[in-house]
Design a protein around this ligand. Structure first.
Ligand code: AMP
Ligand code: GLY
Length: 425
């Protein structure tokens, strides 16, 4: 098979890395790709990254399967276009992508399906928003309705901050994404991510994983796209999985079917576990980043049959996925200034001196005119390792991280701290 991965981050690097190991796959393409992805996939010359150009390339090159990373392609209907041209694509269609591209829609679906989630109201004007903020208990969570690159959620500790943030959102801080805002009850608990493959009826689960969204140690500082992740999570056992299945996944799939939405692809469920019960914080219609990196690192099964099972609605014919023993961990190395503004183009050293058994998935990197790998984004590298314990996985990964350098490199040194504490007990 010829497979194409769409996207240019570490998630796509990890997917291309895993796909390239499949005995079913002869050639992997990735577009737009980055300096790291080019080590496991060919970056083709395509005139631009439009859906039209990508589908023309897939037709001409006779690509057997396209796998999509980023949500904006899905929200723009890349899967609908590919399927209309008879091309196989792993990634949900435009209607299904609304589950991520509109938080108000996602909350409305959860409410209709009776899925446990934080209490909420949706507002479009400051007057009705202000009435809600005045009668709320704090902290409270404000969420821009649309896609805001992981920056549209703000936790406010008091009325004054909430009013200011809400006014700014409605006035265009996140452009059109913030013309509608969800005001949500703050939930206190432990956050988990669960990714599932689904053909709309059947599911195959990946392991539970945990992301670290805050920029700084001890979960301080602004929210980011994620500063590190690990899998599995020891307290997330089969019992919790069964609860998520019956309270969240089954009602969601039934509700989507009722609405005529054909959901085939990966479903990312962002959960807050409160007193042992799962509450949905968000749905994403794509692989999580950085969760995908340790998950692909630990997945033993060939992933291609699962992609095809979702597309062809035959997921029930496949066995459960097999996983390597132990833990996978990913530490993000970011540019100084991220998630705010940052400079690019700094040379990256030490990529050849990482620990044996570790992989570096590239997020924001490119080759400069001298062919050197340089920084090209906010999140730059996602260093990934494994071990029989979380301690071992983290030690190995951090050793690799400390061998890599670029100007202004930032990383959290406490990734996996909750699991480490559980393991020490
Ligand atoms: P979201 O994009 O909706 O997942 O929100 C981003 C992050 O904000 C989540 O990963 C949580 O850390 C936090 N968050 C979102 N909603 C809530 C909530 N209702 N209570 C507490 N934290 C939340
Ligand atoms: N790691 C969070 C996300 O992918 O949305």
């Amino acid at each position: 098979m010829k497979v194409m991965v769409v996207g240019k981050g570490a998630r796509e690097h990890a997917l291309a890395w895993k796909i390239s190991q499949s005995p079913m796959v002869k050639k992997v393409f990735a577009f737009p790709g980055n300096a790291g992805i080019s080590e496991v996939a060919t970056i083709p010359v395509i005139e631009d990254d439009s859906v039209e150009a990508l589908s023309n390339f897939a037709l001409n090159e006779k690509i057997d399967l396209t796998v999509v990373g980023p949500e904006d392609y899905l929200a723009n209907g890349i899967s609908d276009v590919f399927e209309s041209k008879g091309l196989k694509i792993f990634g949900v269609n435009k209607a299904a992508a609304t589950l991520e591209s509109s938080k108000a829609f996602a909350k409305e679906v959860m409410e209709s399906a009776g899925i446990p989630t934080a209490f909420f109201s949706t507002v479009t004007d400051i007057k009705s928003g202000d009435d809600i903020l005045k009668s709320s208990t704090y902290p409270i969570v404000l969420k821009a309705d649309g896609l805001a690159a992981g920056k549209g959620v703000i936790i406010c500790n008091d009325y004054k901050t909430a009013k200011r943030e809400l006014s700014e959102m409605l006035a265009g801080k996140f452009k059109d994404a913030g013309t509608k805002v969800v005001i949500e009850q703050f939930l206190k608990g432990e956050e988990l991510s669960l990714l599932l493959f689904t053909d709309g009826t059947h599911t195959k689960r990946l392991l539970f994983s945990q992301d670290h969204k805050a920029l700084l140690e001890e979960d301080k500082g602004p929210n980011t796209g994620g500063m590190g992740a690990y899998t599995p999570v020891s307290f997330a056992d089969d019992n919790l999985y069964e609860k998520v299945d019956s309270l969240v996944t089954e009602p969601l799939l039934a509700e989507l079917k009722k609405r005529g939405i054909d959901y085939r692809g990966v479903l990312y469920i962002g959960l807050m576990i409160v007193d042992g019960l799962p509450y949905v914080l968000e749905y994403n219609v794509r692989f999580g980043d950085p969760e995908t990196e340790p998950l692909m690192f630990m997945l033993e099964s060939d992933i291609i049959p699962y992609f095809l099972g979702c597309i062809e609605k035959t997921l029930n014919k496949l066995p459960e996925m097999k996983w390597k023993n132990g833990y996978g961990a990913t530490v993000v190395m970011a540019s100084e200034g991220y998630p705010g503004s940052y400079s690019k183009g700094f040379q990256i050293d030490g990529l050849d001196s990482i620990e044996k058994g570790c992989s570096v998935f590239h997020a924001g990197t490119c080759l400069d005119h001298n062919g050197r790998i340089v920084t090209d984004g906010g999140r730059v590298l996602m260093v990934t390792g494994s071990g029989s314990t979380i301690k071992e996985a983290l030690e190995k990964t951090y050793k690799s991280v400390r061998n890599i350098s670029f100007k202004g490199a930032c990383f959290r040194s406490d990734i996996g701290y909750r699991e480490l504490k559980r393991e020490e007990k």
